[in-house]
Design a protein around this ligand. Sequence first.
Ligand SMILES: [Zn+2]
Length: 88
Amino acid sequence: MTVDISPIPTPAAAPRCEPCAGVQLNWRRAPGHAELVQGSNRKEERDGRQVTVTRYRCDRCGQVWDYENDKTNLHAGWSVVRPRGPRA
Ligand SMILES: [Zn+2]
């Protein structure tokens, strides 16, 4: 008797909507989408320089995004903000 444990297809990491899924990650000057609502700015340090990171939230699916504006880094751009670990 064999138990068939088929791998469960991995769904998209977050319940993102179609426009969110189309956002190009980690690419400088990639556009977001129309339903992203701009939130607060913050400064972060990258190798001794300050860059501005802007927080966005998708009005459609609630996905939270950061956009890092670093002129010297072609791969700074959109990143998905994952919720912090499980709440205690
Ligand atoms: Zn979305």
